[in-house]
Design a protein around this ligand. Structure first.
Ligand SMILES: Cc1ncc(COP(=O)(O)O)c(C=O)c1O
Length: 336
């Protein structure tokens, strides 16, 4: 296909590849396609809502070039907003907490984000998230001409993902029978579900949440893998949003990621492992011939010191390599 030159980095967001993955579930009678969101320029699916929210706010006059955008994020949304703010000539302040990885801090600084670190969790809830939101609110009062994208309640977060679902349907030239979607703000999930409903699609949408996250209920507890899951139910959540939710734990994510790179040559982040292991958990219910799409939200490079570090995995879980080393000797494609 001929490549046409486009204008600016934001025009490179979206239209990510949809690739068939035939080796992950070897011998399965259903088909699996991965939507490679790591190929967005900022490295994750969060480029989509970041640019959508900023462009919308510029259109409505809520912000103007030179103004200050302030958001709470320790990861992908911060990076996506930093990128969009640079492009549109906005100052960006990212409110983070001590759980942010050194790599993400460096990336945010490379994108010229100003970092504000909260040192203690909120005394009432014990949550860093609440402490970060409180700091955002106080900065908004202090800084004139400032704007809060508020990814947890901004409907343009979910509207950005109508396009994600549209690309999936156009890529397949039909709707998939199943869509597996990792959730945190519920932006991706809600956007894909609303697009499906508006277009009368028959896709069964499965939300993938972390054990210990409160989005779909269940007891809250500490989680190691960032990305999906939330300690507070986001305002974008709606009770009738999904057909089903599958919970996965930290070790599931690691096993899913390690199998993904070994079997498909795709180096992806923790929530990508999560969606694949969610499919693995319910694979016996998937009818032969069905098309399953898994959205793979971000790059594996951001997890080199954790998920892809043998020492880190050993420290956290002991020797669990037998869970993915079943295929070490096999090549990625079989040559007839
Ligand atoms: C790696 C990763 N996976 C999944 C999600 C969940 O996406 P959403 O916020 O649209 O629910 C996020 C959100 O930040 C993420 O960074």
């Amino acid at each position: 296909m001929m490549q046409v030159a486009r204008k600016g980095i934001t025009s490179a967001i979206g239209s990510t590849p949809l690739v068939e993955m035939s080796a992950f579930f070897e011998g399965a009678m259903f088909h699996v396609f991965g939507k490679l969101e790591a190929l967005n320029p900022g490295g994750s699916i969060k480029d989509r809502p970041a640019v959508k929210i900023i462009e919308r706010a510029l259109e409505t006059g809520e912000i103007r070039p030179g103004w200050t955008v302030i958001e709470s994020s320790s990861g992908n949304m911060g990076i996506g907003l930093a990128q969009a703010c640079l492009y549109y000539g906005l100052r960006f302040i990212c409110v983070v907490d001590p759980k942010v990885t050194v790599q993400n801090l460096r990336l945010l600084r490379a994108y010229r984000a100003e970092i504000v670190m909260v040192s203690d969790p909120d005394p009432l809830t014990g949550e860093f998230l609440q402490a970060r939101i409180d700091r955002v609110r106080s900065l908004l009062k202090l800084i004139e001409n400032s704007f809060w994208p508020d990814q947890y309640s901004n409907t343009y977060n979910s509207i950005a993902h109508y396009q994600t679902m549209r690309e999936i349907v156009e890529g397949l030239e039909r709707e998939p029978e199943y869509l597996f979607c990792a959730t945190s703000t519920c932006g991706t999930l809600r956007g894909c579900v609303e697009y499906s409903r508006e277009h009368g699609l028959l896709t069964t949408v499965i939300a993938v949440d972390a054990e210990g996250s409160v989005i779909f209920g269940g007891p809250k507890h500490k989680r190691l893998i960032p990305g999906h899951g939330a300690a507070v139910r986001p305002r974008l959540y709606q009770p009738d949003l999904v057909d089903r939710c599958v919970h996965v734990n930290d070790l599931d994510c690691i096993v899913g990621c390690r199998r993904l790179v070994m079997r498909e040559g795709i180096l992806a982040g923790g929530s990508s492992g999560a969606v694949l292991m969610a499919l693995d958990k319910i694979k016996d219910e998937i009818p032969p011939g069905a098309i399953c799409v898994v959205i793979l939200p971000d790059r594996g490079e951001r997890y080199i010191e954790t998920i892809y570090s043998d020492d880190w995995v050993q420290e956290q879980f002991g020797d669990v390599s037998y869970l993915w080393e079943d295929l070490t000797e096999r090549s990625l494609i079989s040559v007839a």
